[in-house]
Design a protein around this ligand. Sequence first.
Ligand SMILES: [Zn+2]
Length: 304
Amino acid sequence: MPLTNLNKTHGRSSNLSLRLHTAPPRLGESISSVLDRAGGLWNLSRSSLIREITGMSPGDIGDPDGISDVQARRSLASALNVTSSHLAQFAADPNRTSLLMAPTTRHAYCPLCFARDRSAGMLPAFQLDWGRFWLTHCRIHLTPLFDWKATGTTGERRLPPEWLVGESSFRPAPRSWLHGDLKRARWYARVGPRHGEAYEQWKALLMFETALYCTGVGGPKGPPYGGNQQYEEILSQVMALFVVTPRNLRRSLPVFKLDPQFCDEDVFRLRKSMLVARHPLKNTSSLRTRLSSIAARRALISCW
Ligand SMILES: [Zn+2]
């Protein structure tokens, strides 16, 4: 039965009786991840699902991970069979969502976390933290995050149909991008001092991102600790300088000197076309549009 038949939608507050047959958000999961899980089960885009649940257009809702409209949040909580205050625990601070990747490109994921979720019989959850601009590795596995490549035009991350019908295994088809990501993640999970200078570079990247994470810099839940809020602005400005690096200085960027054996293209990839901005880059919001690929972001963060 189409969802529209389950409701008599005549206004934005009339959908409170809708129930989504999907599990409520799990620890650390983003709200958009729950929407995508439910949308996959109903074969609905994220925007259609938002419209069905709230009676509002996705444009009026704004960022689904920082959903600030009280009525919309209440409708969504009701659809997920949780209280509005419980759902709020999973939401980003609406004033901090600009520090996340844009909703349409917020598709970073960890193949090892997904494999773990699948082996536990659950649909994988996209973590809110994975949407951070300044975080490109999994905090659990200390491996690179990758771009989920099955995405819709409004940002929904489409899960393989076999996962939605209950199959609990995680066996990506050979030569698929998912298989490639899993293989690379496993390789990075084993990387160590025997890899020499390349390992030191990878470790430095992890330490830098971890330091930012631990002080709340770039975090979506609230401002960072102490006086680090100004640091966010500095980070954005320096990153913007990297992006507008003049042509004659590009080759001096550290990213182009990294060990090619260690830095395969799917983990560190910076196209030169990304380096010259057509418009001034003033903040993270404009940077995130420019650097939508996590491999490109990681390559530039590694310059630090
Ligand atoms: Zn992980």
